[in-house]
Design a binder for this molecule. Structure first.
Ligand SMILES: CC(=O)SCCNC(=O)CCNC(=O)[C@H](O)C(C)(C)COP(=O)(O)OP(=O)(O)OC[C@H]1O[C@@H](n2cnc3c(N)ncnc32)[C@H](O)[C@@H]1OP(=O)(O)O
Ligand SMILES: CCCC(=O)O
Length: 448
């Protein structure tokens, strides 16, 4: 078989975006690829069919740029959009009733597709085809293969800005498996810069440092705080660190540049950093491109607690919106206001617990100041406003604020209340004690 054959097949399947989106029918479920790999040309073309199509449901995730089927159809005449994990943009859409969240555990998302979901048309962005007819999923291994395996019709959008990225499993698709290909000019890749570390972030990171040692394997979650911890580790004396993370973010580039990250002590995938999706700045994207020290895997592998149980010293660092005195962790909503998603938080809390020497840290500043300048304690007696519980109290382990670090695992209700109140801002402690007393989780002998 001549190599030229793949180019011929590519040419035969090449369509304009307008031609390709003609494959969508009334009532279809359409899947868009995730994050920095979201389709751009196909989205614009599909949005042009507003008013003509009826009841088309589009699934997406971690959208960093405006989604045209939403923006061009705010009346939802033709399209309904739902997301597996909301960015700041999608959270605003949720508030306007233009986006609906799909609850999930990231390790299970692929199996939802394989077991239950219908995908009539998959629209997936990929790197340009290689000489053997393969398209790399680039920065978005994630759940891409499961979506494609489920889809009746596969349309690839080649994004010239997406590089080929090495993967251990489910990281590419062959031209022979595809129905249509589109190509065209794309804007530069969207970036998600890490927020600058605050003094409170640094104090929180200081609470975690005594739990780390040479050779530990890190997972850093989404948001400013986990990345601040990464920065502090980069400035420490720690060495020979490893990476096994769902989200590969800029914090890891800092660790690499500081000479800390060589994966040499890993008990699984020694010498290789493992990730599911890369999302950050162009500096991160440049580092990941054809980097033989990194391998992407699908989320049902990266986030599998059984896989994590084979990694000694797995340290998971994530953040949350608030915690109640029972130890329930809310990380994806504030009351009924949807903010982000469960993502991999529960997967990593479970897996780090199963890792020999592993630990799961969930971090927060003790208080939050809202847009009106009002300060609220993140530690509350109980959740009352519809706040979604992300990590249940049975799975919560180390909780960290700038005032300390406590381990809730195995602790009774009164011990939890006492430990969590010790993490609260002093201004809120008396109120929390009163709450604990009225909820009958405060011992007479508890410290005041
Ligand atoms: C496993 C891996 O490798 S990655 C997986 C880890 N995944 C998770 O942990 C999933 C759940 N966690 C998350 O989604 C994030 O870590 C978060 C949301 C908890 C924090 O992320 P950050 O980006 O640091 O959040 P940030 O401080 O910017 O707040 C996000 C929004 O929540 C709002 N918010 C945050 N805390 C509160 C609060 N206590 N009350 C009300 N609103 C709040 C903020 O105002 C902001 O809203 P805005 O965009 O309208 O201004
Ligand atoms: C990729 C980030 C999603 C999550 O929070 O798990």
């Amino acid at each position: 078989m001549g190599l030229n054959q793949f180019y011929q097949e590519y040419k035969a399947k090449l369509r304009t975006p307008d031609e390709a989106v003609r494959l969508v029918k009334h009532g279809d479920w359409v899947d868009y690829s995730t994050g920095v790999g979201a389709p751009y040309l196909l989205d614009f073309a599909l949005a042009k069919r507003k008013g003509e199509l009826r009841d088309v449901k589009v699934r997406g995730s971690l959208a960093l740029s405006p989604i045209q089927i939403v923006e061009q159809d705010r009346e939802q005449e033709s399209f309904t959009y739902q997301s597996w994990h909301c960015t700041g943009y999608e959270r605003k859409l949720c508030e306007e009733g233009l986006c609906y969240y799909m609850p999930m555990l990231f390790r299970n998302e692929a199996s939802y597709y394989r077991k239950y979901l219908t995908v009539n048309v998959a629209m997936i962005c990929v790197a340009p085809m290689d000489r053997l007819g393969y398209f790399s999923f680039s920065f978005v291994n994630c759940t891409t293969k499961a979506i494609l395996d489920t889809a009746d019709i596969i349309i690839l959008e080649v994004n010239e800005n997406l590089p080929s990225v090495y993967g251990g499993k489910d990281d590419c698709i062959h031209i022979s498996q595809v129905d249509a290909v589109v190509e065209g000019k794309h804007p530069p890749l969207a970036q998600l810069p890490t927020a600058k570390a605050t003094q409170i972030d640094e104090k929180i990171a200081m609470q975690i440092m005594p739990h780390l040692s040479d050779g530990v394997v890190l997972q850093l979650g989404i948001g400013g705080m986990p990345n601040s911890v990464g920065k502090l580790i980069a400035e420490s004396d720690l060495k020979h660190l490893g990476m096994h993370t769902e989200l590969l973010s800029d914090g890891f580039v800092e660790l690499y540049e500081a000479g800390k990250l060589d994966h040499s002590c890993k008990t699984l995938h020694k010498d290789k950093g493992v990730f599911g999706i890369a999302l950050g700045t162009q500096k991160l994207y440049d580092w990941v491109e054809e980097n033989r020290g990194l391998i992407s895997f699908p989320m049902d592998y990266v986030n599998s607690p059984e896989v994590m149980s084979q990694i000694d010293g797995l340290i998971s660092i994530n953040s949350c919106i608030g915690v109640d005195l029972y130890g329930q962790v809310s990380s994806e909503s504030s009351g009924t206001r949807h903010i982000s998603g469960t993502g991999g938080q529960v997967d990593f809390a479970t897996g780090a617990y199963m890792s020999r020497g592993g630990k799961s840290f969930i971090c927060m500043s003790s208080a939050f100041t809202d847009k009106n300048g009002q300060t609220h304690s993140r530690i509350v007696p109980k959740f009352t406003g519809g706040d979604i519980i992300t990590t249940p109290r049975t799975q919560a382990s180390y909780i960290v604020s700038e005032y300390g670090c406590v381990n809730l695992a195995g602790r009774s209700t009164w011990e939890r209340a006492e430990m969590l109140i010790s993490l609260a801002h002093p201004d809120f402690r008396d109120g929390l004690i009163q709450g604990a007393e009225s909820q009958k989780i405060w011992r007479r002998s508890n410290r005041r």
